[in-house]
Design a protein around this ligand. Sequence first.
Ligand SMILES: [Zn+2]
Ligand SMILES: [Zn+2]
Length: 285
Amino acid sequence: MWWLVRMSSLATRLMRPLGLLIRGVQDALLPQTCVIGGEWIPGGGPPTCAACDAALTDITQTHYCPRCGRTMPPPAVDSDGCARCKHESFWNVAGVVRIGAYEPPIRRLVTALKYGGRERNAELAGRLLAAALAARDWSRHLDYLVPVPMHWFRRWQRPCDHAALLAAVVARELDVRLLRACARIKHTPSQVVTTSRTQRFDNVRGCFAVRRGAPRKLAGRCVCIIDNLISTGATVHEVSKTLRRAGARRIYAAVIARTTLPGDIQATPPRTVGHDPPSDSAFDR
Ligand SMILES: [Zn+2]
Ligand SMILES: [Zn+2]
């Protein structure tokens, strides 16, 4: 087990400088376009145009369940969560913060970071997520932010480790320490091809292991898992089990988006802006 964790951290460490170099060159050479809609932004400037910026602000006002992150109007939620998460025995995080539902324009933010990398995409998503976290009282008691780890082979296929990039921006904005507490020790098929809920939970079972030295830091601590997306909740569930076994006392999760499932209530229909990419394949890994 330990050699798998070691190999994973070594591969991650070797690939990090290369990723930084590639993203730096990308940001210097590629045209500065709106992260959401893709419109040209003259002279670089902010990561979004004024229209997309306004749409993002609208989206972040949408009410959601503070326990599971699903879009819900206030009457559907009480201090224990909503009708859905109250009956999900696997739901083992104390609360979820999200920027919005996994619909345009937030969907574009998820895919831009996951498949495009680029510091400016991470900056935009990270700052919005930090603002959402700062609105929750519990964020003031966080000891660590823990990004969901990526397997070294998947990292090799992708332009960046999006959860780690996102967590680094949030950690800086909120002045909370970043802890790479876990390693992903099994390479599994993408969650995109494992369609059923049961398959998704089976797919990630036993995928994570705690890194050497992390239990000493985690014992009795309050932590927040950082990822791009929650769909079924299988990944967050598995990571939180690993952190709890390592001694973490209270565990939360913060993500860019939460998917909308059949039966979820639309508190505010989001406006569609920009061009969403053809791929809809950004479900949690
Ligand atoms: Zn735009
Ligand atoms: Zn809920």
